[in-house]
Design a protein around this ligand. Structure first.
Ligand code: SF4
Length: 447
């Protein structure tokens, strides 16, 4: 195996407890991100790894955290795990290594046979994320190239009976399959027991085929649609990306019959304190309640204050859903670093997605920090609606920053480390240090 690939496999395990098993996929999704990349990206497809090789890597997984399969946080293309010819054997090996650890598998459902479902039920502590996208035969054929849609729908409908918890996910393309298709897909997932349903705005780039592009205004329409359906739905509907403006810990939804449901929490509640302590952000609020066994939660519900008591096992999920915003430990280590190295003026460059959240967090500590500015960096390389930090390239920083530093050069420019996660190099292999030469000031990566 190439050393670069081996390093990425270990990184995926160490940083996110994600075990990559295959990059092969039996889907032909119109929205697949692998089809919309700019040329020259350094991304990797896994060669066929044997069961023993994968289980040797699994030894590095953290037994204290959920093991995730079928997702990617690195430059390794994720595929459909059930296509690996030894996948059930890999799961048996994982269970032997980690008898009590929960395993989460993301699947498109196309290889989820009755035998595989029985096996998962017998294995225990397995949770699925089913990328269903459409629950109608026409929709699945069109969006995913699925030639046997009935099989997937039967498989999903049987998960609840077999005691396998699952979440649904939908890349919403109503401009291609109609709004009714989307409504039916949400209803199907809710009917067969999905605990949550994530609805993704389709990501597109300058390389996406014109006939698949959403029309103008689709994003706003989808937002309104999800908000309206969310009012009716007993299952939390979560719109991705959430485009957050602040760190207010507002509950997006509550899982039926969960500790949060039993405690009386509701969609729209704002958590103001947990056991008397004000949370820093959504992530902080969720983690605090997750960690606690018993949590006394102060809430703001439509302007009125109230208090509830939530009981569960320590470390178990509380059963409410919040968008992911800012990890307090990461933010505090960043501000500590700023105080150490900046005396007067710094520039913090980040994605257009993260900029409002970061600005909201920095506002809270403004008085203790040197003067700083935030630069929101648009993704011109991918283009389209791509707006997260992990897909920014050096070229994007080069397009946005020289004008910002001209005339009033900051002592230091901070940029997101996730964009240069390959040893300081971006997705095309260019080093962030080139930026330092051009901006004529110190450039530092934010972890
Ligand atoms: S299931 Fe996922 S990896 Fe496979 S084609 Fe669809 S989007 Fe791409």
């Amino acid at each position: 195996m190439q050393p670069d690939l081996y390093r990425l496999l270990l990184k995926s395990i160490a940083e996110a407890n994600i075990l990559p098993v295959t990059s092969a996929c039996n889907g032909r999704c119109l929205f697949c991100s692998h089809l919309q990349n700019p040329p020259g990206l350094r991304v990797y497809s896994l060669p066929q790894l044997g069961k023993e090789e994968i289980l040797a890597l699994a030894e590095f997984l953290d037994p204290g955290q959920r093991i995730v399969i079928g997702e990617s946080v690195t430059r390794i293309n994720e595929g459909e795990p059930f296509l690996h010819p030894e996948f059930l054997g890999i799961l048996t090996g994982l269970r032997r290594l980690f008898p009590t650890t929960s395993i989460q598998i993301t699947t498109n459902g196309m290889a989820l046979t009755p035998a595989a479902i029985s096996f998962l039920a017998s294995l225990g502590r397995v949770r699925l994320v089913v990328s269903l996208n459409s629950a109608t035969p026409l929709g699945r054929r069109k969006l995913m190239g699925d030639n046997d849609p009935a099989a997937v729908l039967r498989a999903v409908a049987s998960l609840g009976d077999r005691g396998i918890p699952f979440d649904g996910s939908i890349v919403a393309m109503p401009h291609l399959v109609g709004w009714e298709d989307l409504r039916q897909t949400i209803a199907f997932l809710a009917r067969w027991g999905a605990e949550t349903i994530r609805i993704f705005l389709p990501g597109y780039t300058r390389y996406t085929r014109r006939e698949w592009l959403p029309p103008a205004g689709m994003e706003e329409k989808l937002r309104a649609f999800v908000a309206e359906e969310g009012e009716r739905s007993r299952v939390p509907l979560i719109l991705e990306l959430p485009f957050l403006e602040d760190l207010t810990p507002r509950i997006l939804g509550v899982i039926v019959d969960s500790p949060a449901d039993r405690a009386g929490l509701r969609r729209g509640d704002i958590v103001t304190a947990i056991n008397g302590k004000e949370p820093f952000s959504r992530v902080d609020a969720f983690r605090q309640v997750q960690k606690a066994g018993r949590a006394v939660i102060d809430l703001n519900r439509d302007g009125a204050a109230l208090q509830v008591s939530l009981e569960k096992e320590e470390g178990a999920s509380p059963g409410f859903v919040m968008a992911a915003d800012l990890e307090p430990a990461l933010f505090h280590s960043f501000t500590r670093r700023m105080r150490q190295v900046v005396e007067n003026r710094a520039l913090v460059a980040t994605s257009t997605l993260a900029a409002p959240i970061l600005a909201s967090a920095l506002d809270r500590v403004q008085e203790e920090l040197p003067s700083l500015e935030i630069a929101a960096v648009p993704n011109v390389t991918f283009g389209g609606n791509i707006c997260c930090s992990g897909l920014l390239l050096l070229e994007d920083f080069l397009a946005a920053l020289p004008d910002r530093v001209e005339g009033c050069r900051p002592e230091r420019v901070f940029i997101p480390g996730i964009a240069f996660a390959d040893g300081g190099r971006d997705l095309r292999g260019r080093s962030y240090l080139e930026l330092q030469t051009i901006l004529k000031t110190t450039v530092e990566l934010i972890p």
